[in-house]
Design a protein around this ligand. Structure first.
Ligand code: B1M
Length: 231
């Protein structure tokens, strides 16, 4: 009788180690402000068949969040924060074609208006949400960052949005999401509002009558659920 072992084979162990090494290189490239290293690690991730979503979440995003923590502790200057963000953006550009590769058929009724709220210029996370929504088949109308509430509303009207999404990274701009729900409803737009970003929580979303997701992948799952299309 053959006994099946659940322990990983040598090849599986090697693949896991390679992945962890690549994640660490991506993370270090961003947090140590080494652009070339981050870009090389992104190329390595693609060559090794690592999922670009995992490369971002377990590598680049980990690095930028550590930079954010150091910035908050005054261990890094704002110029370093800006440079780290630009390194992350350059590395994402390397991964972007692979992120988009799995494009599904578009849902015709699913125009999605997406932006970062007024007063907030953070858009790395919002751009990732856009890429993943597009890969998931949505027709995304990205209104940009630091977007006045009325621009979200007018774009939603113009395209007959099935969904509206607003990102907010700062405690000082999160209230704008409430203003946005109110403005959408006042304009007679019934499309659900999805919210996300570092300053947002599920509790807050419920309080304002919106829908929270913590990352780009779960945003796509939620968008499909809200349209009654399942996960
Ligand atoms: Co700024 N920043 N920043 N920053 N920055 C934060 C947000 C901060 C928490 C850093 C800190 O102090 N620890 C802090 C805010 C504190 C607060 O809440 N009050 C802060 C500050 C203070 C500032 C400035 C005021 C600094 C200054 O100038 N003195 C200034 C803001 C100016 C303004 O907006 N008016 C500023 C500027 C910047 C940079 C320009 C340098 C740069 C942004 C570059 C860019 O976006 N193009 C930057 C960065 C990089 C950060 C941190 C370090 C990282 C943000 C990021 O890109 N994360 C951030 C610290 C942190 O977030 N912990 C910080 C990676 C990204 C993949 O994750 O954006 O969370 P995230 O997106 C995720 C999910 O949240 C989710 O999916 C994404 C992918 O998984 N998600 C959604 C996001 N949106 C969603 C929408 C959805 C669903 C899911 O539905 C629609």
């Amino acid at each position: 009788m053959t006994v099946l072992s659940s322990s990983p084979t040598k090849q599986e162990e090697k693949t896991m180690t390679d992945k962890q090494t690549i994640f660490a290189e991506l993370e270090n490239g961003v947090k140590n402000l080494q652009q070339e290293a981050a870009i090389e690690a992104a190329k390595k991730a693609l060559a090794a068949g690592v999922s670009p979503v995992e490369a971002i979440e377990h590598g680049l995003a980990k690095g930028i969040r550590e930079v954010g923590e150091k910035f908050a502790r005054k261990e890094m200057f704002v110029v370093e924060l800006i440079y780290a963000a630009s390194i992350m953006e350059e590395a994402i550009k390397v991964l972007e074609p692979a992120l988009k590769a799995s494009k599904e058929k578009r849902h015709s009724e699913a125009a999605f208006v997406l932006g970062t709220v007024a007063g907030d210029i953070h858009d790395i996370g919002k751009n990732l949400v856009r890429i993943m929504l597009e890969a998931g088949g949505f027709e995304v109308h990205d209104v940009g960052k630091d977007v006045p509430t009325e621009n979200f509303v007018s774009k939603a009207k113009e395209v007959g949005a099935g969904l509206v999404g607003a990102s907010s990274l700062m405690t000082t701009t999160v209230d704008v999401q409430k203003e946005l729900v109110d403005a959408l409803r006042a304009a007679g737009i019934k499309a659900p509002l999805m919210v996300g970003g570092a300053a947002v929580s599920d509790e807050w979303a419920k309080e304002i009558g919106a829908h929270y997701s913590s990352d780009a992948n779960s945003a796509v799952v939620m968008a499909k659920q809200l349209l009654g299309k399942g996960a």
